[in-house]
Design a protein around this ligand. Structure first.
Ligand code: FES
Length: 76
């Protein structure tokens, strides 16, 4: 589903960006331009980022970066 209508960014693309190394909304904005126009999609994008970080944290041998933890806390 499209999360960011302004820039035609889907939830799948956001999740893939996180799996590729993005850790917060700024990281995802750099690669997808999500939430760089009207901003209506920001909370949804941040929730997808947080959810994907949680999903990928299981089995991760290194602790999450501080920015990733802040994203999780902010989205909760
Ligand atoms: S819907 Fe994402 S910036 Fe407008």
């Amino acid at each position: 589903m499209f999360v960011c209508i302004c820039n035609a960014v889907s939830d799948q693309q956001i999740a893939e960006a996180v799996k590729a190394g993005a850790r917060d909304i700024e990281d995802v904005q750099e690669v997808l331009m999500v939430s760089t126009a009207c901003g209506t999609c920001r909370q949804t994008a941040e929730a997808i980022i947080a959810n994907t970080l949680l999903e990928t944290a299981v089995g991760r041998s290194q602790p999450l970066h501080a920015n990733a933890i802040a994203t999780l806390v902010y989205a909760a």
